[in-house]
Design a protein. Structure first.
Length: 489
């Protein structure tokens, strides 16, 4: 006896109670809230440990720092929950914890400055931790504003040339200003006016990333055209090298006229990474690396400040009391911290010049040790990986390149900063994102996070449901046989 034929697809019997409805898509916002609460707890406990180590009682000022930190990120979380409900739940908590670590270290250095002023009978300095909280508030306000106003990040591609021009203007303005209004510690990277100062290069990098992402999508054929093959690699054609040569020339001019090695290196490396991601051709990496080496060779032989930085990098103790003092003190602090660190409030990180800005990594290494520094670097690594995962998940090419560029620029900046502080590479003057003291860096990086959050929201959001009366897309329509009029059936 033969087995009964299986029922057809249209006659599949329904269960007695009917099919269960599909579960609603999860937003993971409760996970984000829990992680943010953990970041608040860690920051508050660290602030208390700093006060206890300095033999000071827990004051109302300390409570104000903790409450302000909690309120600011509570607002940021509510904004994400409302305007980007499907965004990656790890991005904002990682930023909150990094910002909290920076706030703790700045407060710890404020206490050291107060002790130094009291010992030398100097006027008591105003605490920079309060100013950092204020800049954090401005950064989160910008973050929330972008989430509200930028309904679709793809609209940025329409204004890519305008944004690129604004980024280029912001990059070169300090070079055109008098040194009194733009120069600090030998680098012309500031705009200083009465009661106002900013570092426009921090915003220029984001505007230029948007521009290059849009151009690479619109002109992809130009960068993927077949060229000569060499050692199994396909090199770009000579007439297609114009864009990368223009970027190289701009970065070289920034290095010449602004003496800003960090920004020029950051922008060129990010553009090179975007070129590789867009074309998947190693030839662009080879050409970019050769241009980078050529630029360094020209700068080393033509400009004295570059030679000084290289000499300080190679032999920091040769001129210990002058150019080598900063990096030498940083190395001493890292060696003092060892594996587990001296403990929050127990080291002497204030002996390193610019410990709150350029050398905040040395402060982390001294008081938290290799373990604490590795934990901070791991947070940055997770942030970059989540940004790259967003780039892989989002559906449009512009979003892929934009997310990858934003994530990669954070990775390059952290590498350059840590490499300079640990004497792996020459010092560049860049600051550690979210951790170092400063307003321009915080504002720009919170704008960067807002863009990543919007892209991740689009990448993780479920496809919109189709109404029953809405016709199916042509690609999903069934094949039908249509007979012409008068044809016999």
């Amino acid at each position: 006896m033969s087995a009964p034929a299986p029922p057809s697809a249209g006659a599949f019997p329904s269960p007695p109670g009917g099919f269960a409805p599909a579960p609603p898509p999860t937003t993971r916002r409760n996970v984000e809230a829990l992680l943010l609460a953990g970041a608040v707890v860690i920051t508050t406990v660290a602030l208390v440990l700093v006060e206890a180590s300095q033999d000071q009682e827990v004051t109302w000022d300390l409570a104000k720092l903790g409450l302000a930190y909690f309120a600011l990120f509570g607002v940021a979380h509510l904004a994400v929950r409302r305007f980007a409900p499907f965004a990656d739940p790890l991005l904002l908590p990682i930023v909150a914890l990094l910002n909290g670590v920076g706030l703790v270290l700045i407060h710890r250095l404020d206490l050291a400055d107060e002790q130094t002023a009291a010992y030398n009978s100097w006027p008591m300095p105003s605490p920079d931790a309060n100013q950092q909280v204020l800049w954090t508030a401005f950064g989160i306000a910008l973050f929330v504003g972008l989430l509200i106003l930028l309904r679709d990040y793809r609209t940025l591609a329409r204004y890519s040339y305008t944004l690129g021009l604004l980024g280029l203007v912001a990059l070169v303005i300090p070079a055109l200003l008098p040194s009194a209004l733009s120069e600090t510690n030998g680098a012309k990277i500031w705009i200083r006016l009465p009661g106002f100062s900013m570092q426009p290069g921090e915003f220029a990098k984001i505007l230029l990333i948007i521009f290059f992402a849009s151009v690479l999508v619109a002109k992809r054929e130009l960068f993927t055209a077949a060229g000569r093959r060499f050692l199994g690699m396909e090199l770009p054609r000579g007439r297609d090298l114009g864009p990368i040569l223009a970027v190289w020339l701009v970065c070289l001019l920034v290095l010449v006229f602004e003496k800003d090695l960090g920004t020029s290196l950051l922008i060129f490396a990010t553009v090179l990474a975007l070129l590789y991601i867009a074309t998947e051709r190693v030839g662009w990496v080879i050409v970019g690396s050769l241009l980078l080496a050529l630029g360094f060779f020209i700068a080393y032989n033509a400009f004295g400040h570059v030679r000084v930085r290289v000499a300080t990098w190679l032999h920091p103790f040769a001129d210990y009391n002058n150019t080598g003092y900063q990096i030498s003190q940083s190395l001493f602090g890292l060696a003092t911290g060892g594996l587990a660190g001296t403990g929050l409030g127990s080291g002497r990180p204030s002996q390193v010049p610019f410990a709150k800005t350029d050398f905040v990594v040395a402060t982390i290494g001294e008081e938290l040790g290799l373990i604490g520094l590795a934990a901070v670097l791991m947070l940055f690594a997770i942030f970059v990986v989540r940004g790259l995962r967003t780039a892989l998940a989002v559906r449009d090419s512009f979003g892929k390149l934009l997310a990858a560029g934003l994530a990669f620029t954070i990775a390059v900046q952290v590498f350059v900063v840590v490499g300079g502080v640990t004497k792996l590479i020459p010092l560049t003057g860049l600051t550690t994102p979210f951790v170092s003291y400063g307003g321009s860096s915080l504002l720009a990086n919170y704008a960067l996070v807002a863009l990543l959050v919007k892209i991740s929201d689009a990448a993780r959001a479920p496809a919109p449901a189709r109404r029953k009366d809405q016709p199916a897309p042509i690609a999903d329509a069934q094949t039908e046989l249509i007979r012409s009029r008068g044809e016999a059936v």
